[in-house]
Design a protein around this ligand. Structure first.
Ligand code: FE2
Length: 402
């Protein structure tokens, strides 16, 4: 018997200005004193103020934990959970990018289940037994999709890796409140990295051995939106249409995970992200093209379909040529939105053996569409470094019209 499942435990509310409805949403979930979990960049950008204004207007009591760091470590999450209990909070508002929303969900796991977040690293049987308290996730980037994913990614400094908690509806936010206006002032490099991360979620989930019709449907639409709108959002930060569609794309790509995991690009970026503390989006983006180049032989029909979703004309091409078009399209997009090379991100080629080894040990290796071992990961890393040196030489570039 092979019964598949797909779970969406949250309500999605979205639209320009949606954050103004935060107090209503919190009240509807029965919150009397939520803990707002965010990071210093959000405070500095004035976004915390925009989120708490409706709470103040509604005379709602709340506490703020605003020291989330990128790639949140275990101690930070456990500390925030202690603060949640000390402040006698009864709900959580995760405001920010993936790090803030993952911290919010993780605080919820500890608040409901006890102990440390380290106790809830994904395993069979599932260690998370109880639903997180009422939680609203408000994304301020369009990439991670954490507002709808059933995962949190936590850094274990001792093991120098990131691990996943979740894979169950119990960790999902109760409400995903998606306001594209909050992404208007993101700098282009953040727009690029986070948007490419969303593309990686869609591509990896669509080609994963866990794929099923409902994850296929959201993944393909996410790819279409990203191919059409990421360059525009990168070039015009205040383009409401591009920002709205990228917010939708990130959400759809997040949904494509279901309760499953991604593939080799995420196995590599999450494990490497434990070695060097670099932005997850840019790192994943740099690895996605080389991973697809390695993988397309396993699922040619699916890669050909990706090429179509990315806007490539595959008429008259053989199946294999069409599949390769998907790889080319992603490599071109990576360069167009100016994703930094692995070298620029601080990685060195001498690190390839260790990076390949820890990628292979990452549980996300299992769903990858092509068999891969440590040697395979070394090949992909070598190619990623090579592309970093070549830049646009990865693909012939049409002559510029002057
Ligand atoms: Fe990701």
């Amino acid at each position: 018997m092979n019964i598949r499942s797909f779970e969406i435990p949250m309500v999605m509310k979205h639209g320009l200005g949606a954050v103004k409805d935060l107090a209503n949403q919190a009240k509807a979930l029965g919150m009397k004193k939520p803990l707002v979990v965010t990071d210093p960049g959000i405070v500095q950008a004035g976004i915390l103020e925009r989120a708490t204004a409706p709470l103040k207007a509604a005379n709602m009591d709340f506490a703020v934990f605003d020291t989330v760091a990128a790639n949140p470590p275990i101690a930070l999450i456990d500390g925030a959970a202690t603060f949640y209990t000390a402040e006698q909070c009864d709900g959580i508002i995760g405001l920010g990018g993936g790090s803030s929303m993952d911290t919010a969900k993780s605080v919820g796991v500890v608040a409901s289940n006890g102990g440390s977040i380290l106790d809830y690293e994904w395993a069979d049987p599932q260690p998370i037994k109880k639903r997180i308290p009422p939680t609203i996730c408000v994304p301020t980037t369009a990439g991670t999709g954490s507002e709808v994913t059933l995962w949190a990614v936590i850094t274990d400094k001792n093991r120098k890796i990131k691990f996943n908690a979740g894979g169950t509806g119990l960790i999902g936010a109760w409400v995903a409140l998606i306001d594209p206006e909050l992404t208007f002032n993101l700098p282009p490099h953040v727009t690029a990295g986070t948007g490419m991360d969303a593309l990686a979620h869609a591509v990896e989930c669509y080609t994963s051995s866990y794929a099923q019709p409902i994850s296929d449907s959201v993944a393909l639409l996410a790819m279409e939106y990203i191919a059409r709108y990421l360059r525009v959002a990168f070039a015009q930060g205040h383009n409401a249409e591009a920002r709205t569609m990228m917010s939708q794309a990130a959400m759809l790509a997040g949904l494509s995970y279901g309760t499953e995991s991604a593939g080799a690009a995420h196995a590599m970026s999450q494990s490497a992200g434990g070695v060097h503390n670099v932005p997850h989006g840019a790192l994943t983006a740099r690895l996605l093209g080389p991973v697809m180049e390695y993988n397309f032989k396993g699922e040619p029909e699916r890669f050909a379909r990706i090429a179509q979703a990315l806007g490539e004309d595959i008429r008259g091409l053989s199946l294999w040529q069409a599949a390769e078009k998907a790889v080319e399209a992603v490599m071109r997009l990576t360069e167009d939105v100016e994703i930094p090379s692995l070298q620029t991100l601080g990685f060195k080629e001498e690190e390839i053996p260790v990076l390949a080894k820890i990628a292979f040990e990452d549980p996300q290796t299992i769903g990858n569409p092509r068999d891969i071992n440590v040697k395979g990961y070394e090949t992909v890393y070598r190619r990623a470094f090579e592309l970093g040196r070549q830049g646009r030489l990865a693909r012939p570039v049409a002559p510029q019209i002057i």
